[in-house]
Design a binder for this molecule. Structure first.
Ligand code: BMA
Length: 819
């Protein structure tokens, strides 16, 4: 195979304009216009409003390219477009190649007869996606969410680009993935699919290789597997017919595990199609040796729903992932790797790719393989009614095949899921419904797509929708089977204590909003905008009633914040507490519940949202909380009145033995009562280890408002998990000014911050003015008399900082300071 990349610098312009500017490929229209200074930053203030006009034009990209003799002499030359967003017309040397209409697909076109040896020209016109959906919607309105531009269900383009309840309406377009020419002679590889058969101390690989051959010749297929420590096993076979199976045994296999359960060794599989010693074509994959499926079994509560890896059922911990930017051209491996590492740092073992975005880049899955996150992969359908006709069915079939084939070999792949919330929508939501469209739903998600998944990737579990109880409109959001999206807390305004009323088998969505921090708000506002009800702040809040909701929940839990920045901080504490409340409860019920995936991990622009990491990559309080509530071994408190149960949840493969230490203290941190207990909790188990009753001490309202319980789990002299619990809402607790003192020390690769407090301080936040960094802990509680050490690794700092500068720029506050 001979290939020629067409990535790089092209020329681009509006079709009706005469002025060409530089166009980067892969890239996007908005990104090119922004880089050329033709448009303003669409994320700044209310600039989003200009996006619709920009997106209402057609754009064109052109470049010349040189086809040398080597490429030109190949029998077949295909133009391979890995991502065209979305309504494109492709021309080569002024002759039409094709029109495309699906950004999720990989297109290949035979173009040999359009080419000449020497200079050639390619021209891609991108028609306005906005005009298209507007027109289609006029002709045939199909229901979609109110926050998005109507008509989006008609176009196979990432839905969130049309706006969402956390995303702006910026329908960008572009040649968004690689584009290249590939020349083949004699034959090419069509498909390579690896099936693993696990037995004791051995994994047998069945490598199914399909190839197309148009010239007579004796060909061979060679497969080579390289183990993590460099050992090589090879096998080969005569390439006969269309399909050949090559078997390779791997003795003493090193198994792949999700984060927290073991390592992530990867094996390289290379398949080559050879004519004598010449390689005609080859494909390479990194795979992990593991079994991974979803275990669903009837039990006393209903039916289990749990990821099972190498025979072990694991409790899935993580969050829902959305595209990382509205301008996809700005995404890159560095940004994604940082995000995935942030997940791992917060003890995630799972991530759900939500169906309203994109099928992520290969590198996204590479990082999930490498760091051990199980991927719940939605197909890209979300909150929309789709009409099945032959053309649409064919289009989504190809789309599913392309993406399943691209992604299926990854160790991290946990399941394919048909769509986000459409089965639930058909049952429980109010939108115009017809029998035909309802049948179309079944045809699409319960007949066509599972069939494609079964044919293309029979080794991976298919689930019709999220949430679902298995399909057929059978109570999709049932608490006792399948997965659940639980939104009564937040959308339904129920107090977050309501989480404890449910024992979901697998919570794949539940969430709570907060504002991003002041640094992020400053990036898109002028000082006069910095009020949450200002025009600009409301432009960056896409969920209609949400600012009111934040204030409502805040009024229930915290004092009225004294200023804008205090409000941002308190909103994050509120969010973190809410999600912690749910997750700890579900983890205490490990076995019955086997997944807590909160909505949502990240943002695609600076906005108030459910995310735990904002669009600048800054951790909100929730992400620091997640690191603790997702700890493999967790000590959590379940308080009720003056009683507190202390639970240990052990999501590791070994029994834990340790000591629980607790102390009941007043607001000055003076100890009223204390105790400790040796505990042992089996692997993969949760147990109540201590039941405390303080009814004899907490005898007055005053005492309830000024007493807290501190608890920690000590294993081998290390504090593994700890927390505090109040007996009243935080707004009524009688905090005394903690007069927190911080000091900073320096080591070669890190700074060590010591924090001390005069009284009980809750939600202590550290920050560095005008820089970013990651703290080993943040938003923590501290009792008087203890010294808390927090680390800042130097390589996590956004710029170099000296010890003196850090001392000067370090800020600290706690919940006492907000009112
Ligand atoms: C869920 C998601 C998204 C949405 C979120 C918050 O249901 O599937 O569609 O953004 O809720 O409302």
């Amino acid at each position: 195979m001979v290939s020629l990349s067409l990535n790089g610098i092209w020329k681009m312009k509006q079709t009706v304009s005469s002025e060409w500017i530089e166009g980067k490929v892969p890239g996007s229209v908005f990104n090119d216009l922004l880089n050329a200074g033709k448009i303003e930053d669409p994320f700044y203030r209310d600039n989003e409003d200009q996006a619709k006009e920009i997106a209402s034009y057609d754009y064109e990209y052109v470049r010349d390219f040189y086809v040398d003799g080597e490429l030109f002499k190949q029998d077949k030359i295909v133009l391979c477009c890995e991502g065209l967003d979305t309504l494109s017309e492709i021309r080569i040397n002024n002759q039409k190649v094709a029109n495309t209409d699906n950004m999720h697909r990989t297109y290949e076109f035979d173009i040999k007869e359009l080419l000449k040896e020497g200079m050639n020209n390619i021209h891609v016109i991108l028609h306005s996606p906005l005009k298209f959906v507007e027109q289609k919607h006029k002709e045939n309105p199909l229901w979609g969410v109110a926050d998005a531009i109507p008509g989006y269900p008609h176009l196979r383009k990432a839905h969130y680009m049309f706006g969402w309840d956390w995303g702006p309406q910026i329908p960008d377009s572009g040649i968004w993935r690689n584009i290249s020419l590939k020349g083949y002679s004699c034959a090419r590889l069509e498909d390579v699919y690896v099936t693993q058969n696990h037995t004791k101390d051995k994994v047998s690989l069945d490598v199914r290789v399909r190839h197309l051959q148009w010239d007579k010749a004796n060909l061979r297929i060679e497969v080579r597997v390289t183990s993590p420590d460099g050992g090589i096993v090879t096998a080969d076979a005569v390439a006969s017919g269309f399909e050949n199976h090559i078997n390779i045994d791997i003795e003493n296999p090193q198994l792949w595990w999700p984060n927290g359960y073991g390592k992530q060794p990867l094996y390289k599989v290379e398949a080559a199609l050879k004519k004598n010693e010449t390689i005609l074509d080859e494909k390479n994959y990194n795979i992990g040796l593991r079994t991974l499926t979803v275990r669903k079994e009837k039990d006393q509560w209903g039916e289990s729903f749990e990821f099972n890896v190498n025979g072990i059922s694991i409790f899935a911990m993580g969050a829902d992932y959305i595209p990382e930017d509205n301008l996809l051209a700005r995404c890159n491996p560095e940004r994604t790797e940082k995000l995935i590492k942030d997940c791992v740092e917060a003890n995630f073992n799972c991530i759900r790719v939500w169906g309203g975005g994109i099928y992520p880049e290969d590198y996204f899955f590479d990082f999930c393989d490498k760091y051990g996150l199980i991927v719940w992969q939605d197909l890209m359908f979300a909150c929309a009614v789709y009409e099945m006709n032959d053309e649409f069915a064919e289009n989504i079939k190809k789309e599913a095949e392309d993406n399943i084939r691209r992604i299926r070999h990854h160790a991290c792949l946990g399941l394919w899921c048909g769509n986000n919330e459409m089965e639930w929508g058909w049952v429980a939501w109010d939108f115009p419904k017809t029998a035909k469209l309802r049948t179309d739903y079944i045809k699409q998600f319960e007949i066509l797509l599972p069939q494609v998944a079964k044919e293309t990737d029979p080794n991976t579990f298919y689930w019709p929708a999220s949430p679902s109880s298995g399909g057929g409109f059978e109570d999709p959001n049932n608490e006792n089977m399948g997965d659940v999206h639980y939104w009564d807390v937040w959308h339904g305004l129920k107090p977050f204590t309501d989480y404890r009323n449910y024992y979901f088998r697998f919570a794949s969505e539940f969430g709570f909003q907060s504002f991003p921090c002041l640094k992020t708000v400053e990036s898109f506002t002028l000082p006069e905008d910095r009020n949450i009800f200002s025009y600009v702040m409301e432009k960056h809040q896409k969920n209609g009633a949400a600012n009111g909701k934040i204030l409502y929940y805040l009024s229930e839990n915290f004092k009225y914040p004294k200023d804008f920045d205090s409000l941002l901080y308190t909103s994050q504490i509120l969010q973190a507490e809410a999600i912690k409340y749910g997750v700890e409860h579900w983890r205490r019920n490990r076995g019955r519940c086997m997944g807590a995936i909160y909505w949502q991990l990240n943002d695609c622009w600076p906005v108030a949202s459910w995310s735990s990491i904002d669009s600048f990559g800054r951790w909100k309080a929730l992400h620091y909380f997640a690191k603790k509530f997702f700890a493999p071994v967790l000590l959590s408190a379940c308080e009720e009145g003056t009683q507190v149960g202390l639970y240990v949840t052990n999501d590791t493969l070994a029994q834990v033995k340790g000591k629980i230490i607790w102390s009941l203290r007043n607001n000055r941190s003076e100890i009223i009562r204390e105790g400790s207990k040796e505990i042992a909790v089996d692997a993969l188990n949760a147990a109540i280890c201590e039941q405390l009753d303080f009814s004899d001490v907490l005898t007055s309202k005053e005492l309830l408002r000024s007493t807290y319980l501190e608890y920690s789990l000590i294993i081998d002299n290390n504090c593994i998990s700890a927390g505090t619990v109040l007996f009243t809402k935080a707004k009524h607790f009688e905090f005394i000014d903690p007069e927190i003192i911080v000091d900073v020390g320096e080591q070669a690769d890190r700074f060590i911050i010591t924090v001390q407090s005069k009284t009980f301080a809750k939600y202590v936040e550290l920050d560095i003015k005008d820089s970013d960094c990651k703290f080993s802990d943040n938003y923590f509680d501290i009792s008087a008399g203890t010294i808390k050490e927090v680390e800042v690794k130097k390589d996590s700092l956004s710029r170099n900082i000296t010890l003196d500068e850090l001392k000067e720029k370090l800020t600290v506050r706690s919940i006492f300071n907000i009112a």
